[in-house]
Ligand binder design. Structure first.
Ligand code: FES
Length: 495
């Protein structure tokens, strides 16, 4: 019997997604008890697990390197205060274990002494045998060097580097690493935690610590009442976890829980991707006024101030875990006047530092909560933008068994981020990327659905997310439904 591990830690240690681990549990290949797995069982299920190959080992090894840069150290290592508190807690645990062991050792010795005295008084074969058994057993324990529980050892080490958080009532889990606050770590892990400013001013991120220890690491102006403090409330954006923590926190169940926001942001970058017909627009919100949104949603962008006269709605291409830096993929309109905002971008009317109004978020094209089915993203041209946001989110949540991306291009530069997609495919075991070309959107929709029918024997067991022009989405949805994929398994957005 080894060490008991939460699913998040176990997945983290062997370098697989939670979804992949849950699949092994469902299929009876990995026993679990109360949402925990045993490190010995984990090692049997992943016999090829290799410390050298696991991300965990790499992280620890990198920390040891003398040449480690300051930024990376901050990313990996908690602050010295948090580190000291975790080391103190672990040494207390070790001290308790040592006291227990010494107690058991003393007990065995006095038992042996007692047996020896009783045997001398009235010799008995049974007593002599028990004495010998204790003696040889103790010698074996003291003399043996048990093979190390590799996963258990790694978990002990990672407990110092990171803390595990369970959120109630959802039961979702995440790890807090480096200098992250509870809010940053939760958003990074794909949780829809409730928050506002992200900066210690609004109080919207308050949550109750049920068990475990937290520490304030960011300044905050918002003052919790005495009653709230006594009940264990803290601001997630200002605190980090020192030990493993259980929190009671509000989470968005879906788009309806995300408030409408209007923020004046600044253009950070405007550059072409692929050919000159697709632009990457990077917009940054003020530090204390971030955009809360769900992966896959869209916002309306308008030129300057309050005016939304020249505006257009685009899908956010980036992950909600970075709520200040918003990325958009803007295609050159087929004819002038169709999208005045895009026209002004291609005409060079917007420069770095210019103000842009961000209004939203909108739309229900978000990841289905609670589904662990394999996910297929099917995008056409800049329909890749919401797919990109959803993929980053799905990778953070790590709940799906596998992810696939089928990206159809109807324009010459249609696969404008193909390198990034290939990199996902090469780096991740459970990510598959297929690039397709089509003469128009409707044909592309039909053809991609036919490809899915050929590639996926169990198509009906997948969740499919369609994004692109109306003709593409309609054609693909019709083909997929005809192929036996139930309508509730198809999620779509038209761009
Ligand atoms: S998000 Fe505003 S105080 Fe934490």
């Amino acid at each position: 019997m080894g060490q008991r591990l939460t699913l998040s830690r176990a997945a983290h240690l062997v370098g697989v997604s939670r979804g992949a681990l849950q699949k092994r549990i469902r299929e009876g290949e990995l026993p679990s008890h109360d949402g925990m797995v045993d490190s010995a069982d984990l090692l049997s299920a992943y016999p090829d697990f290799d410390l050298e190959d696991s991300g965990a080992f790499e992280r620890v090894a990198r920390i040891k390197e003398e040449s480690f840069g300051r930024r990376a150290r901050e990313y990996m290592l908690p602050s010295s205060e948090v580190l000291a508190q975790r080391l103190f807690a672990q040494s207390q645990e070790l001290g308790d274990l040592r006291r227990h062991l010494q107690g058991y050792h003393g007990l065995v010795l006095s038992l042996m002494e007692r047996i020896e005295k009783l045997s001398a008084k009235s010799p008995s074969i049974e007593l002599t045998e028990v004495g010998k058994m204790l003696e040889s057993g103790l010698a074996a324990v003291l003399g043996s060097i048990e093979p190390a529980d590799t996963i258990g050892l790694m978990d002990d080490m990672l407990r110092i580097m990171s803390a595990h958080v369970t959120v109630r009532p959802s039961g979702r889990e995440f790890l807090v690493q480096g200098h992250d606050t509870l809010l940053q770590a939760g958003l990074g892990a794909g949780l829809g935690l409730n928050y506002g400013c992200g900066n210690g001013n609004c109080g919207l991120c308050k949550a109750r610590v049920v068990t475990g220890e937290v520490r304030r690491v960011q300044h905050c102006d918002y003052v919790l009442s005495e009653a709230e403090r006594l009940q264990g409330y803290v601001l997630l954006c200002a605190h980090t976890a020192v030990s493993d923590v259980v929190l009671e926190a509000l989470e968005a169940a879906g788009p309806a829980d995300i408030p409408e926001q209007r923020i004046v942001a600044k253009v950070r970058k405007l550059a072409t991707m692929g050919s000159a017909d697709t632009l990457l627009l990077h917009v940054q919100t003020p530090r204390g006024n971030r955009l809360r949104f769900l992966a896959g949603q869209s916002v309306t962008l308008g030129l300057a101030g309050d005016g939304l006269d020249c505006s257009a709605t685009y899908a956010v291409a980036s992950c909600p875990c970075d709520d200040r830096n918003l990325y958009f993929h803007v295609a050159r309109p087929e004819s002038p006047g169709v999208d005045a905002f895009a026209d002004s971008l291609f005409a060079g009317a917007l420069k770095t530092g210019d103000a842009v109004t961000v209004w939203g978020p909108w739309g229900e094209f978000t990841l289905s909560r609670g589904s662990s089915r394999p996910i297929v993203f099917v995008a056409c041209d800049t329909g890749f933008a919401p797919a990109n946001s959803l993929i980053e989110h799905a990778l953070a949540v790590a709940a799906a068994e596998s992810l696939s991306l089928y990206w159809t291009a109807t324009r010459a530069d249609g696969h404008y981020l193909a390198n990034q997609c290939r990199a996902w495919s090469e780096a991740l075991d459970d990510f598959n990327y297929v690039a397709l070309d089509a003469q128009d959107a409707a044909t592309g929709g039909r053809e991609v659905a036919q490809t899915l029918r050929r590639d996926l024997a169990d198509l009906a067991g997948h969740d499919v997310y369609l994004s692109g022009p109306q003709a593409f989405v309609a054609a693909a949805a019709a083909e997929l439904t005809a192929a036996g994929l139930a309508a509730p398994r198809i999620y779509s957005t038209v761009l």
